[in-house]
Design a protein around this ligand. Structure first.
Ligand code: UDP
Length: 314
């Protein structure tokens, strides 16, 4: 039975990966300091014979007894309001946390997978973004703490790969969404859903013409799982090619919830990227991956979750 360590395993993506790995027969050691993760996300796994939770800050030395086959490094604040409020922790987990997770991987002769992000492309000048694009990031802007932490994490991962021969993978994740996102994490989709269901005004930042490529969580997890079992050490984009404006997705959420909420426009946050769309040729050709969940279905499932959370029963 493969034995897998996942940092940030109590987070949104991390907890879905815990589910998937357990389903695939892995033994899962979930490490999280619960800074932005939550036990609510993994409560259903407590008592599972293959699952173990360790509350630990991975910027400090990580000790795991016994053999380990895979280390997945998913620990990090990931929402703009989180990393703006936790700038030093964000930089530390991208830098020191990645170093510790790679150290554990090397010691155990395991395989490492880094959760990177489309944010490494910053406010991109190339569209769509290929993995070969170096990005357009403001290192001293407010978002720089996240973008540069992830860029450093990628550099550190490649250094361990080249210098120590560690088996590594890097996934660049584009706007994943789905159940278990926090209702108040400030991300566009849970915010709009919460506002629509509460009949509160929908807050669009800027003119709403900025774009993102939203990907339903089960598709993201499938891409990560395929990458983990591939032999590609270079970064791979995992995200939907279906680019949509923030205004349009807000309108879709209003229609799907049947809400009468109005739309209000607020100032665009500093360095908010104007567009984002992955070139997924590598994932399609090398991993045979492409998203399968239509947006309407993904949004509906997520709205159901938000509705249950608001009612206090999820
Ligand atoms: N956004 C918005 N209203 C909100 C929250 C976010 O208009 O209440 C915008 C945000 O400025 C950005 C887009 O929606 O342009 C996606 O934001 P999110 O935080 O979900 O993802 P990221 O910016 O990290 O891609």
């Amino acid at each position: 039975m493969p034995r897998t360590v996942i940092t940030g395993g109590a987070g949104f993506l991390g907890s879905h990966l815990c589910d998937r790995l357990l389903n695939e027969g892995h033994e899962v050691i979930c490490i999280d300091n619960l800074l932005t993760g939550s036990l609510d996300n993994i409560g259903h796994l407590m008592g599972h014979p293959g699952f173990c939770f360790v509350k630990h800050d991975v910027t400090n030395y990580i000790h795991v007894k016994g053999h380990v086959d895979f280390v997945l490094h998913f620990a990090s604040p990931a929402s703009p309001i989180d990393y703006l409020r936790l700038p030093i922790q964000t930089l530390k987990v991208g830098a020191l946390g990645t170093h510790k997770a790679l150290g554990l991987t090397k010691e155990k002769r395991a395989r490492f997978l880094l959760a990177s992000t489309s944010e490494v492309y910053g406010d991109p000048k190339e569209h769509p973004q290929k993995e070969t694009y170096w990005g357009h990031v403001n290192p001293v802007g407010l978002r720089g703490v996240y973008d540069e932490a992830k860029r450093f994490a990628e550099a550190m991962t490649m250094a361990y790969h080249r210098f120590h021969g560690v088996d590594t993978r890097i996934v660049r994740i584009f706007n994943a969404y789905g159940p278990r996102m926090r209702l108040h994490d400030g991300r566009a989709l849970p915010t709009f859903m919460r506002q629509a269901l509460a009949e509160e005004p929908i807050t669009i930042y800027g003119d709403g013409r900025q774009t993102r490529s939203f990907t339903y969580v089960s598709d993201t997890v499938e891409g990560i799982f395929r990458l983990l079992h591939s032999n590609i050490a270079d970064p791979v984009n995992i995200g939907s090619r279906q680019e949509i404006t923030i205004q349009t997705i807000a309108e879709e959420i209003l229609a799907l919830t049947g809400s009468a909420s109005t739309i209000v426009f607020k100032p665009l946050p500093e360095d908010d990227p104007k567009s984002r769309q992955p070139d997924t040729t590598v994932a399609e050709t090398a991993l045979g991956w492409q998203p399968t969940v239509p947006r309407r279905q993904g949004l509906t499932r997520t709205i159901d979750y938000v509705r249950k959370r608001l009612a206090g029963c999820a």
